[in-house]
Design a protein around this ligand. Structure first.
Ligand SMILES: Nc1ncnc2c1ncn2[C@@H]1O[C@H](COP(=O)(O)OP(=O)(O)OP(=O)(O)O)[C@@H](O)[C@H]1O
Ligand SMILES: [Mg+2]
Length: 900
């Protein structure tokens, strides 16, 4: 890349300067050999705004990096390490003797324990346990073996079973309870289409079904198929799989369907989600997460024994759903009798239909119960609430988050789609009172609106009829903070009047289920939830929905190679889904906390996940399934991800050694593709096994795959953080702290003291249990792939060697490295991609005034307003040199070379 530094005499007026730059930028555009031009001049910094506008008009990109301004033909990242004079420079040398010793030890190890690179049978999966989105387990296969058996005796048993199922079904339908259930089911809009749906499914391999939320897609359609198969005496041979995007919906929907059939869960209807399942030998209709089905497809490419696959909520466009569609599309010609039904709550069925060669579309008309929508202007009019510039700042309580929030407001201003602002300006509000118009002119689109929500909830409790309220928030933070705020309200905080509940993705299924319970008479239930509650689930008594209009969605900033978690506006489809939650069992009301004109400019649908996430695991899976070139496979998706994102993922996999230079799986890559965890965690496991320090590594990897076992209750944050610090023992590692916490818990459990231990140390017993079970599953997987043998003492020979454990953490987390420079009062951290980064206050390193190590490796960085490292472990130079990336003669390769 050629770069030209421009220097000119200072002092010229802005006008002259801009003129001069017009010429320089023209020259840049005309010169094919130059990509960018930069300046360190003071006057150019002074005029940067004008120059940036000029560059923009000429189709160039511009950015200021501290004292340097850059104009470029290609987009510029947030941070350029080459332009950072303050980047820490270090010179490290390894004594050649040490290097030789390491080489010899490695060679010796490899000679003794060479794993056969050709020996990666797919069967390895079949015994794998359910540990991530792709998970499945042994029992998933049992049934299909029985079903496909051509054994005559088997056939006879099946015929008998089919008849038995038919009798059972008829008996239920004729019973009193069954009659009233049938009556309810007949009232759903889907019922009118029952016959045409069943006909279309029997006559076509693929059918796309759409229908408004609540019309009966999820609970009815799979049931119609099951019922008609049972009526046709094919009950014992049919096997229907219906996928759900989330665990909570798979579980709650299967329970509902079982209840509608007068059965217990696990009889003819069951579910299977990661780590949990309820299914019996006779389960014919299985609700599972999309990931579970995908995982099965990896080992059972033709889905033997399965008669119907129903993919629900396709409009959500999660990564797993999109991937599943590519694989299913490929499978259909090989399984002509297999039926595929795609279900969507929205009307964009055409895209899916044309993807499957013009598959017929059936729309289920009609709503279950009407829901009245009120937008912000109507809400202000009805409640009389006033918006001012001062009462819309969401108070997160602590000084720090308060400050962050304020900064975020300023920074994010530019990110808020200007269309929203224009829409508000252009809105016609003539019919509203002056007070409402005044309020709207002060409306701050960046805030979630805690005060407004409190006000709306009070209004509902005082003025509206009975019924539970579901409030859609963006994440754990605001749910907790709002809950605190509401609890101190005299009305909403009175437990004899209001039952306040929260529902969030990181809560255990058993906790999440509380939201379905009925409150005492006279008590109003208010559920604060994330978009988790947006699809598929029915909370029976919800009559009111409050929609803040935003969701925290993981998006992926490909240019800066950083995942972001920012609240963004939801789509029209999501807003409709949220509203639909209110009209499930009676008519409802929805309070949208944004003006109608803003709703009008929402995108129709959310951007598919494939287009906004890093694609590493996906790339590994594509390769291990031998689906050809990654970019070619992804180009067959409904919508393909940006090639830069794909390239980043491929590069990452090369850096960590999973792909060779030709993008083919290395031995490490093959092992990684079989481990149902992120590649970096898989690598850590494999290295932990190879280097015989497995026990702590199992804990760390399990800890990083489930949620953090350390809890920080809002009102006891300081106590919780100091409890965590005890586990760090000043060794500057969040990961080693998890190991100690877990080991302590395991000892306490042995003495039957587990709960007490958790309570005292602010640990989540639930999470530790999940962690424990994941550890066991990882161990099983590693045995399965032949990386460890039965003798557990060998693989734990070095488990107490803290430096080795640090090294293995580094091997897994590299290239997640940040340099550490201890300043007088603070610690300055920089990564190659982001420059300055910060630590979360919950990290044990976040509290340290000095970190006596030159580097931190981290698992997760998140861009909120600045880039934050969530967890970290301090490491030495030699660890980084030996375990971070490749060292080659003549220098260092990969980004590590640039770091030192
Ligand atoms: N757990 C439940 N308790 C009571 N009624 C329920 C329950 N689950 C569903 N229903 C009723 O069945 C109807 C259909 O629900 P279903 O989940 O099949 O709708 P859907 O079309 O899949 O909607 P969505 O777009 O929200 O997924 C609901 O509107 C509600 O009236
Ligand atoms: Mg549904």
């Amino acid at each position: 890349m050629d770069r030209t530094s421009v220097s000119s005499k200072g002092g010229a007026s802005t006008l002259e300067n801009v003129d001069e730059w017009k010429w320089k930028l023209h020259m840049l555009l005309r010169n094919d050999n130059e990509q960018e031009i930069m300046s360190r001049e003071k006057k150019d910094r002074r005029d940067f705004d004008q120059l940036a506008q000029l560059a923009d008009r000429m189709g160039l990109h511009s950015r200021q990096y501290s004292r340097i301004i850059v104009f470029s033909k290609v987009p510029l990242p947030n941070y350029r390490s080459d332009l950072d004079d303050k980047r820490p420079q270090r010179e490290v040398s390894i004594p050649s003797g040490l290097q030789r010793e390491v080489d010899a030890l490695l060679a010796d190890y490899l000679a003794r324990k060479r794993t056969d690179s050709g020996n990666f049978p797919n069967a390895a999966f079949s015994r794998s346990s359910s540990t991530d989105s792709f998970a499945t387990d042994e029992s998933f296969y049992e049934q299909q073996d029985n079903q496909t058996s051509t054994n005559v005796v088997m056939e006879r048993i099946q015929r008998r079973k089919s008849l038995q199922l038919r009798n059972q079904q008829a008996a239920w339908q004729e019973s009193n309870d069954g009659q009233s259930m049938m009556e309810f089911r007949r009232s759903l809009p889907a019922q009118k289409e029952r016959q045409s749906l069943l006909e279309a499914i029997s006559q076509n391999q693929v059918v796309v079904v759409s229908g408004e939320t609540g019309c009966g897609k999820t609970t009815q359609l799979p049931q119609y198929i099951l019922e008609s198969e049972i009526e046709a005496a094919r009950g014992a041979t049919c096997s229907i799989i219906c996928t759900q995007p989330r665990r909570i919906s798979a579980i709650s929907v299967s329970e509902r369907v079982a209840a509608e059939r007068g059965e217990k869960i696990g009889e003819s209807v069951g579910y299977k989600v990661r780590l949990e399942g309820m299914r019996g030998r006779d389960t014919r209709l299985l609700f599972c997460t999309t990931g579970v089905l995908l995982r099965r497809l990896l080992v059972d490419r033709s889905l033997k024994g399965v008669t119907h696959v129903i993919v629900d909520e396709i409009h959500e466009r999660g990564m797993n759903e999109d991937f599943l569609l590519i694989v299913l599309k490929d499978l259909l010609p090989r399984r002509p009798e297999l039926r595929l039904v795609l279900m969507s709550a929205t009307l964009n069925a055409e895209m899916f239909s044309s993807y499957f060669g013009g598959a017929p579309m059936i729309h289920i008309p009609g709503f279950t119960y009407p829901v009245r929508s009120r937008f912000l202007e109507d809400i202000l009019e009805v409640t009389g609430h006033r918006l001012t510039p001062y009462n819309q700042i969401d108070d997160y309580g602590q000084e720090k988050s308060w400050k962050m929030q304020k900064q975020a407001l300023r920074k994010r201003k530019s990110q808020i789609a200007s269309v929203v602002e224009d829409a508000v300006k252009a809105a016609d509000l003539r019919d509203y009172s002056p007070q409402t118009r005044d309020s709207l002119s002060c409306w701050n689109p960046d805030s979630i609106g805690f005060n407004l929500i409190e006000n709306v909830l009070c209004h509902i409790c005082q003025k509206e009829r009975d019924g539970a309220v579901l409030v859609f928030m963006t994440g754990w933070d605001d749910i907790n903070t709002l809950k605190d705020q509401l609890q101190s309200n005299p009305l909403l905080g009175d437990p004899s009047k209001v039952l306040l509940l929260a529902c969030h993705g990181s809560m255990a299924s058993s906790e999440q289920k509380l939201i379905f319970d009925k409150p005492e008479p006279g008590v109003r239930k208010i559920v604060l939830a994330t978009n988790l509650a947006e699809t598929s689930i029915t909370i029976n008594d919800v009559v009111f929905v409050v929609d803040c209009g935003k969701a925290k969605e993981t998006s992926y900033d490909a240019l800066n190679n950083t995942p972001c978690l920012l609240p963004t506006w939801i789509s029209k489809a999501s807003a409709r889904q949220r509203r639909g939650r209110a009209g499930r069992v009676q008519s409802g009301e929805c309070f949208h906390l944004y003006p109608q004109c803003v709703y009008n400019v929402f995108a129709d649908y959310q951007l598919p996940e494939l287009l906004r996430t890093p694609l590493q695991s996906l790339c590994l899976q594509i390769k291990s399934l031998r689906l050809g070139s990654i970019s070619e496979f992804l180009s067959r998706a409904l919508q393909s991800p940006e090639s830069l994102s794909v390239q980043n993922a491929i590069e990452y996999l090369k850096v960590i050694g999973a792909f060779d230079q030709n993008e083919e799986l290395t031995v490490l890559g093959k092992h990684l593709s079989m481990l149902p965890v992120e590649p970096k965690l898989g690598k850590m496991l494999i290295f932990g096994a190879i280097f015989n320090c497995l026990d702590p590594i199992l804990t760390i990897v399990a800890g990083l795959s489930v949620r953090d076992p350390f809890m920080t209750p809002f009102d006891k944050k300081d106590l919780a953080e100091s409890a965590k610090l005890q586990f760090s023992c000043r060794d500057y590692s969040d990961h080693l702290a998890i190991v100690r916490a877990y080991d302590g818990w395991r000892d306490a459990e042995r003495d039957r003291n587990g709960y007490d231990y958790c309570w005292r140390n602010f640990l989540s017993a639930q999470t530790l249990k999940a962690l424990d079970s994941l550890r066991r599953q990882f161990l099983f997987l590693l045995k399965d792939t032949g990386l460890i043998d039965e003798n557990m003492t060998t693989c734990n020979k070095w488990s107490r060697d803290e430096n080795l454990v640090r090294a293995i953490i580094c091997a897994g987390l590299y290239p997640g490295v940040s340099s550490v420079v201890n300043k007088e009062k603070s610690v300055s951290l920089k990564t190659m991609e982001d420059g300055q980064v910060m630590l979360y206050s919950s990290s044990v390193n976040g509290k340290e005034a000095k970190i006596p190590f030159p580097w931190l490796v981290f698992n997760e960085k998140v861009k909120v307003n600045s880039v934050f490292l969530r967890d970290s472990t301090a490491i030495s130079d030699s660890i980084l040199l030996l375990f971070g990336g490749n060292i080659q003669q003549g220098g260092l390769v990969s980004s590590f070379a640039l770091l030192i």
